[in-house]
Design a protein around this ligand. Structure first.
Ligand code: GCB
Length: 728
């Protein structure tokens, strides 16, 4: 019989590099910790990019009861990022890669008294991914650690953390049948495999046919079967599986079980405020509840292998998943083997999950690396590995916006996706639309998706004239309103994923009024607050629970005579009441806009289909400064909008592209750009040498470019005065 003993409790933690014998010696003085544990729960979330990246030790004595059994294996579900396992001071194995599980056999090395010590490191190096990205690379033993005791005859445990059983269902939608191939790995002569009440005794592999198959049908009906395999010794493994057909069409997008099923959802990191990546099962479940409430039908589980419990939750809840390894931002010539190892482990450990639709090879890998032969080779090797290990799922890649659409790297994965941040980091919102239109026109036979998009918002900041870079809740909402429409108008996009469902730790960031956080989440890092943009997507995606949401609840003090009241709802008609009196009803879809005069303090209520939402706002005489993050930028906008511009002449509201073509105005902005470039060194070189970036900048207004470059109010005014003197 197989016995699994969880050993999360009772560890001693030492935050220092030292030889194994020293670690054992000092262990009693170490901090008593229980797993899951990370040593970066605080310093990895508070900004400064100064969290501890180094070697730490976890030491634990194993009891006689825990070590009982014929053969004993240690299972580590997540040791970030490199782990050396010692038993009684003897090195048993080394594992590289912080997000996948591994096992090691202890049997031959057990003594009377047994001390397990794990040296875990998140130190930087040039061969284990990830090394460059914004999210915090927490170090720790942050997922379960178990002992598995099995009889001499048992299922394979070591190879890439295999579950020992692999299930491949192939569905015939017309006949309503599934042919289910079950492969097993073990050291016995035969195995009994059971699927759907039928048992077959075979050497290793059996095939079953399920008639009238009950499909795994996404959110509507994520039905799961179970396959069980048992050896004569009594060792048993089982896995759930789902029968479904995924398909992608370059024109029509994604299909589930033969019907159109546009994948619309969000990305998620495994981390939480105050806990780092050391999440409990309850935390995972709480995240899933928010995802279900939102109504997303797909998740990109970025940027690494997530916990098995979470893929299980996706199976059970019918989410279609993009799974990936942390081959991210920067290609490392010494890292090829690590990418292959991590991908092998991902596919071996996750193959049976029906939720997974695609394997992601890399993320924005050309952001800090050139497309050279080594990088291409690495991608080809990964792609071949995926195809060899899994004949049923396509590969994909998340491309960075400045990667040329005719780059040879795009030909490697089966389907593609772009991360685009027009309207946030660079450019205007509409450039996203143009990008996809151009791509689709040029490559009508390629499947393309939108793997990341988002804008940061700190829910403390507000504006009635939201704009890029102001970190207001209102700009984030407007950004996503645009993207929602852009996506709805392009059904060919096989999947779209908001970056990100939750704010997350990025210790190197210090922006938008917070240290150490990426604030592109629709929900705050501690999950306590849903930003307005959350309700936008809920209105568009959640079809089961009617609701109305008043936007701008946190924007209480408004210095204006008239104000916009915006409502997000999945109902078809919304009525607005001010101080108890109905003032209007709007019919529509998702976004409902009203304008009302502001006289003093008002009680605002929106109603639809028996649901309601209420807020209080008030008129104030001066803008509430606490709502403004970037006061300098806000001044520029106010000044600029108030100014009278002569439309017959150039101004900073024209695009760089238009101004550049004019014989008199062109050289002026070129000179200004050259001066800026000489002050910015290598960044400017990257821009100069990148034609895609140059084209994108050409479409931006001069004002937007200058603000993005941090220009002060005076120099913007100065340039505007000069341009206003030049007739178009
Ligand atoms: C990206 C990365 C993601 C970042 C995101 C951002 O393109 O893939 O890891 O967090 O941009 O917010 O800048």
């Amino acid at each position: 019989m197989r016995k699994i003993t969880n050993i999360n409790a009772g560890w001693r933690f030492l935050k220092a590099a030292m030889p194994p014998a020293t670690a054992i010696h000092f262990a009693p003085q170490g901090e008593a910790v229980s797993l899951p544990h990370t040593w970066n729960a605080v310093d990895g979330q508070d900004g400064g990019n100064d969290y501890h990246r180094g070697f730490c030790w976890y030491v634990r004595e194993l009891t006689a009861e825990e070590t009982r059994g014929e053969r004993l294996f240690l299972e580590v579900n997540g040791a970030a990022h490199t782990c050396h396992v010692y038993l009684n001071g003897e090195l048993l194995t080394k594992h590289e890669g912080g997000y996948s599980a591994f096992r090691v056999e202890l049997t031959e090395h057990l003594r009377g008294k047994n001390v397990l010590s794990l040296c875990v490191s998140n130190e930087d190096n040039d061969s284990v991914y990830p090394q460059k990205a914004d999210f915090t690379f927490y170090g720790g033993l942050y997922r379960d650690v178990n002992l598995i005791s099995v009889p001499a005859e048992h299922f394979e445990l070591l190879k890439d953390g295999t579950p020992g059983i692999k299930v491949t269902p192939v569905v015939d939608l017309e006949k309503k049948t599934a042919t289910v191939r079950v492969e097993t790995w073990h050291n016995a002569e035969s195995v009994d495999i059971t699927v759907n009440g039928e048992t077959k005794t075979v050497e290793r592999t059996a095939e079953f046919v399920i008639e009238n198959v009950h499909l795994w049908d996404g959110l509507d009906d994520p039905f799961l079967y179970t396959a069980t395999a048992k050896l004569p010794s009594g060792d048993e493994v089982s896995t759930r599986f789902g029968c479904r057909v995924f398909a992608c069409d370059p024109e029509k997008g994604f299909f589930l079980n033969g019907r159109s099923y546009p994948l619309r959802g969000v990305s998620r990191h495994q981390d939480l405020k105050g806990k780092g990546n050391a999440l409990s099962y309850e935390d995972h479940k709480a995240d899933m509840a928010i995802i279900r409430e939102l109504g997303a039908n797909t998740l990109r589980l970025a940027h690494y292998q997530h916990a098995q419990e979470f893929y299980d939750l996706c199976d059970e809840n019918g989410l279609v998943v993009w799974a990936e390894i942390p081959y991210i931002t920067m290609h490392m010539p010494n890292g090829r083997q690590n990418t292959l190892d991590q991908m092998r482990e991902l596919i071996t450990q996750c193959y049976n999950h029906p939720c997974i639709a695609v394997w992601g090879l890399s993320n924005e890998i050309t952001a800090a690396s050139a497309v050279n032969e080594d990088l291409l080779e690495n991608h080809r090797a990964l792609n071949e590995l995926c195809h060899r290990m899994d004949k049923t799922r396509p590969t994909t890649m998340a491309d960075v916006f400045m990667l040329e659409i005719d780059s040879p790297i795009l030909e490697i994965p089966d389907i593609n996706s772009y991360n685009l941040y027009f309207g946030w980091y660079l450019g205007e919102l509409e450039q996203t639309d143009e990008f996809f239109d151009e791509y689709h026109a040029k490559y009508p036979n390629r499947v393309i998706g939108f793997s990341e998009y988002g804008a940061d918002a700190n829910p403390a900041f507000h504006s009635s004239r939201p704009e890029k870079g102001d970190y207001t809740e209102e700009y984030q909402a407007l950004y996503h309103e645009h993207m929602l429409q852009m996506i709805e108008a392009r059904p060919y996009l096989w999947a779209t994923h908001v970056w990100n469902l939750f704010d997350f730790a990025a210790d190197g960031r210090d922006e938008g009024g917070k240290h150490g956080e990426n604030q592109k989440g629709l929900v705050t890092f501690d999950r306590s607050l849903r930003k307005d943009a959350f309700w936008l997507y809920k209105a568009a995606w959640n079809r089961t629970e009617p609701f109305v949401h008043l936007c701008g609840k946190r924007y209480e003090n408004r210095a204006e005579d008239e104000t916009e009241i915006k409502v997000y709802s999945n109902c078809g008609e919304v009525t607005l009441c001010v101080d108890g009196t109905p003032v209007g009803t709007v019919k529509g879809k998702t976004v409902f806009r009203f304008r009302i005069p502001l006289l003093g303090e008002h009680l605002i209520r929106a109603e639809a289909d028996g649901c309601g939402d209420t807020m209080v706002i008030r008129r104030v005489s001066e803008p509430d400064e606490s709502y403004i993050f970037n006061k300098a930028a806000a001044n520029v906008t106010n000044w600029f909008d108030a100014d009278e511009l002569d439309p017959a002449c150039f101004s900073v509201s024209d695009t760089l592209g238009e101004i550049r073509q004019h014989p008199q105005a062109g050289p002026i902005v070129e000179a200004m750009m050259a001066k800026g470039a000489s002050e910015r060194g290598d960044v400017a070189d990257a821009v100069k040498d990148n034609p895609a970036l140059q084209r994108m900048m050409g479409r931006m207004t001069m004002l937007s470019l200058l603000k993005q470059g941090g220009a002060d109010e005076e120099s913007i005014k100065q340039l505007n005065r000069v341009l206003q003197g030049i007739r178009k």
